[in-house]
Design a binder for this molecule. Structure first.
Ligand code: HEC
Length: 119
């Protein structure tokens, strides 16, 4: 009987270890984390773009709904995906290649339903 309890306890501990794991944000390739994206956006983009990516900012245009390709081209290379018609023809925004790993997160943030909730 004692042995059975031991296994029940071991099983319960294993289960709780697993559920803890699934609560922490797991970085899967390609799928961005909008919460991380929000942090990156607030730290790097709101000097020019609005706190609310759906509105024009002090310098940059509204960018809610920007595709991952657009975010990547713009942020990493200061250019646009082939065939994209820019909202503005100016060249004010600098490239920020150090944000390479944050592109999927930024795109996820800009494309989530409630992206207005950052301010
Ligand atoms: C120094 C100011 C500045 C910063 C910082 C900045 N932007 Fe911009 N952004 C602009 C301006 C101005 C434009 C319009 C084109 C231009 O002049 O470069 C723009 C254009 C864009 C566009 C293209 C919009 C379109 O559809 O034509 C995207 C996407 C974008 N920014 C995303 C970002 C993201 C994401 C960040 C943060 C990682 C960021 N920007 C940081 C100023 C900035």
């Amino acid at each position: 009987m004692q042995k059975a309890w031991y296994w029940i306890v071991v099983f319960a501990l294993t289960l709780s270890a697993c559920s803890k794991e699934s609560n922490s944000p797991i970085k899967t390739a390609g799928a961005g984390d909008p919460n991380r994206g929000r942090g990156i956006y607030l730290a790097n983009c709101v000097a020019c773009h609005s706190n609310d990516p759906g509105k024009d900012g002090p310098l940059g245009p509204a960018i809610r709904g920007a595709s991952k390709q657009l975010v990547e081209a713009r942020v990493l290379h200061a250019n646009y995906p082939p065939g994209y018609k820019p909202k503005r023809m100016t060249k004010v925004m600098p490239a920020m290649p150090y944000l390479k790993n944050g592109i999927p997160d930024l795109a996820a943030f800009l494309n989530q339903g409630d992206a207005e909730g950052v301010s």
